[in-house]
Design a protein around this ligand. Structure first.
Ligand code: 13P
Length: 252
C-alpha cells in the first residue's frame, strides 16, 4: 500500500520568521495521521522550519538543488547542504524551474540520481502546457519527461521516488484538471514507470497531482486509484487551507 503524501510547495514566499510562524500554526492544527505531510519552504527558511518541526510528524523538503557535491557553482545548493539543513525530500524539475530557469530533462535526471546518492527523496515534477494539451500532445510529453527522469535510476531507488503531475495550465490559475484528466495522466505515469523500470516500481511510486488543489477538491482527487497525494502551492501558505487538504478524509 502506498502511503498518501500531501506536500506544500511554498515557492518564493516566507522569510524565516514568517515560515516558523506558519509551521507553528500548522502544528497546532490536528492533522490526519493517515497521510504523510511534507513542506518545502525556500532555502533560507529551512533551518528555522526544521527547528520548529523538531520531532513533529511533518517532513521537510527543499524546492531545488544542484547535482554536484560542491565546487565553484555560485548561487547553487548541494544535496549534502539540504541534508544538513534537515531535508528528507527535494522537489526537482518543477515547471517554473523548467520554464523560467531553463532546466532540462537531462539536468533533472542528474539531480534525481544525486538526490538518491544522498538519501534524499526526489519529488520529480512533470506536466504539459495548455498548448500541448490542446494539440493532443499531453501523453507524449509526459512519457518523455518521466522516462528521462527515471530511466537511469536503480530500481530500488526509483521505487522510492515521488512523481508529481502538474498540468502547467492548472498552476496558480484556479483551473483544476478534472479528476478524470488527472487520473488519466497519473495512470499513464504508472504505465511508463512499469515500462521503463518494472511493475514493482510502478506500484510503489507515489504519484501526486498538483495545480490549484484546495480543501474543496482534494477528496475527489484522492479517490482516484492512481493519485496518491497532492503537491500544493498557494493553498499551502495558509495553515487552515493546508490542514483542510491534509485532512481530506474528513471532507467527503
Ligand atoms: P498552485 O497550488 O498554487 O496551483 O501551485 C501548484 C504548484 O505549482 C505546486 O508545486
Amino acid at each position: 500500500m502506498r502511503t498518501p503524501l500531501i506536500a506544500g510547495n511554498w515557492k518564493m514566499h516566507m522569510t524565516g520568521t514568517a515560515a516558523a510562524e506558519l509551521v507553528a500554526e500548522l502544528l497546532e492544527t490536528e492533522l490526519n495521521t493517515g497521510a504523510q505531510v511534507l513542506i518545502c519552504p525556500p532555502f533560507t527558511a529551512l533551518a528555522a522550519v526544521a527547528e520548529v518541526l523538531e520531532d513533529a510528524p511533518v517532513h521537510l523538503g527543499a524546492q531545488n538543488m544542484h547535482w554536484e557535491e560542491q565546487g565553484a557553482y555560485t548561487g547553487e545548493i548541494s544535496p549534502a547542504m539540504l541534508v544538513d539543513a534537515g531535508c528528507e525530500y527535494v522537489i526537482l524539475g518543477h515547471s517554473e524551474r523548467r520554464q523560467l530557469f531553463g532546466e532540462t530533462d537531462e539536468g533533472v535526471a542528474r539531480k534525481a540520481a544525486a538526490a538518491f546518492a544522498h538519501h534524499l527523496i526526489p519529488v520529480i515534477c512533470c506536466g504539459e502546457t495548455e498548448a500541448q494539451r490542446d494539440a493532443g500532445e499531453t501523453a507524449a510529453h509526459i512519457r518523455s519527461q518521466v522516462t528521462a527522469a527515471v530511466r537511469g535510476l536503480r530500481a530500488a531507488d526509483a521505487a522510492q521516488a515521488v512523481i508529481a503531475y502538474e498540468p502547467i495550465w492548472a498552476i496558480g490559475t484556479g483551473k483544476t484538471a478534472t479528476t478524470e484528466q488527472a487520473q488519466e495522466v497519473c495512470r499513464l505515469i504508472r504505465e511508463v514507470l512499469a515500462e521503463v523500470q518494472n511493475e514493482e516500481v510502478a506500484q510503489a511510486v507515489r504519484i501526486l497531482y498538483g495545480g490549484s488543489v484546495k480543501p474543496a477538491n482534494i477528496a475527489a482527487l484522492m479517490a482516484q486509484p492512481d493519485i496518491d497525494g497532492a503537491l500544493v502551492g498557494g493553498a499551502s501558505l495558509t495553515a487552515a487551507d493546508f490542514a483542510g487538504i491534509v485532512n481530506y478524509g474528513e471532507e467527503a
